[in-house]
Design a binder for this molecule. Structure first.
Ligand code: FES
Ligand code: FE2
Length: 404
């Protein structure tokens, strides 16, 4: 697929068209995209509050099937490293035993708290920083030096409580490229929040369809006509249903796409009544208490922020037409410790699922449509603004890969 074909998708929203359908379906393009986008971008793996104490860890599977560990070390920092044992390649966090019915199943992600990581196979033992600490019965081997061996480290960085990793050891730091979003989100104090357990779904559509669906506001008043209530502002033109959306200009090299909308009520909640069940975040301005923010740190973090909490998705492609979606919510600690939190949280999740029950079937049907001989390169609407920005971000990566 010549990259010149993508230029028409990375124009201003009034001229841009959707990406070539093959970008959502073709295996060769998927391979290219893994190298062009995922090998060099900052990828969200989870939240720092999921591993509060030294030794706390969770595993994640990055695009390309790489298994990594995020672990809190003794000094309070966070390390992201491969879980592939450097003896003969077993996964150091894999279970030591699996029942016959599940031998062939990929074991799910692990989490726990450890002093060291001991590979179940031959008991090589690694520290929380990945260094090899012990290797039984290796003294016979001339020149064997534990100091030469470690679990391979990825570059890592934490932003607003989200842990990011990068396969590229020379990657430019992430935070400077997120400055606008840092400012937008400052009063939400996301880095002080705590997260709920993850819900993980395997879904049959291209990862970009998930990003597009999350970010574009065009469908909100249509597909979700009964659920959505963004304020249309003073615009008397009822066709202009996306007037309540505001966004940043996308600047070349930016690491974030973000926007916000003014909701029809103050302190809007995500539960079906739309009235907030949880206390608003104490540090918000009055204006912010009317906002709902949507932030994408492409390619993998999607973040929705409301006045009492945030929800976040980690998007991981598993093939050209499949992805894993890991979903969680974060709340101020004082909210998560409320006596009725569990009951209220169930209502909150129900509210998000009302959207998911409309969005996910739309995404699945879109993937089917993009396989058709009649698949379009359709014109973007004003409410599709974020797609034009996302396409621009993508094309920057595709072009850089081609230049390499
Ligand atoms: S493969 Fe890990 S100790 Fe041998
Ligand atoms: Fe939606």
């Amino acid at each position: 697929m010549p990259l010149a074909e993508f230029e028409a998708s990375a124009a201003g929203v009034d001229r841009a068209v959707t990406l070539p359908p093959g970008a959502y379906t073709r295996t060769d393009f998927h391979e290219f995209e893994l190298a062009a986008v995922f090998e060099r971008s900052w990828l969200c793996v989870g939240r720092a509050d999921e591993i509060p104490e030294p030794g706390d860890y969770f595993t994640a599977t990055l695009p390309g099937g790489e298994k990594v560990i995020a672990v809190r070390d003794r000094g309070g920092g966070i390390n992201v490293m491969s879980s592939v044992c450097q003896h003969r390649g077993m996964c150091v966090t894999a279970p030591a035993k699996q029942a016959r019915e599940s031998w062939l199943d990929e074991p799910g992600e692990q989490r726990g708290s450890v002093r060291t990581f001991r590979c179940p196979y031959h008991w090589w033992t690694y520290g929380l920083d990945g260094r090899l600490l012990g290797a039984p019965d290796m003294d016979h081997r001339p020149g064997f030096d534990k100091g030469d061996i470690r679990l391979p480290a990825l570059a890592s960085e934490t932003w607003n409580g989200f842990i990011f990793a990068n396969f590229d050891p020379g990657a430019e730091p992430l935070a400077p490229r997120l400055a606008k979003a840092t400012e937008l989100l400052a009063n939400y104090r996301l880095n002080e929040m705590v997260s709920t357990p993850r819900d993980v779904l395997d879904l049959p559509f291209n990862w970009k369809i998930m990003v597009e669906n999350f970010m574009e506001g065009y469908h909100n008043d249509r597909l979700h006509q009964d659920l959505y209530d963004l304020d249309r502002g003073d615009d008397p033109d009822t066709e202009n249903l996306t007037a309540g959306h505001m966004s940043f200009e996308y600047e070349p090299g930016s690491g974030v796409i973000a926007g916000w909308g003014r909701t029809a009520c103050r302190d809007r909640g995500l539960n079906p009544t739309q009235r907030g069940l949880f206390p608003p975040i104490a540090t918000l301005t009055d204006e912010e208490r009317w906002h709902m923010c949507y932030v994408c740190v492409p390619p993998s973090l999607l973040l929705g922020v409301s006045t009492d909490s945030a929800f976040w998705f980690v998007v991981t492609p598993t093939g050209p037409e499949t992805l894993t979606l890991s979903m969680s919510f974060t709340f101020p600690r004082s909210t998560a410790e409320m006596r009725l939190f569990d009951q209220l949280f169930r209502q909150h999740v129900d509210g998000v699922n009302l959207f998911n029950d409309e969005d996910m079937p739309a995404n699945i049907a879109t993937q089917r449509g993009l396989r058709s001989r009649y698949a379009p390169r359709g014109p973007l609407a004003r409410g599709d603004l974020f797609l034009a920005q996302f396409n621009t971000w993508l094309l920057e990566r595709y072009r850089a890969a081609e230049a390499r």
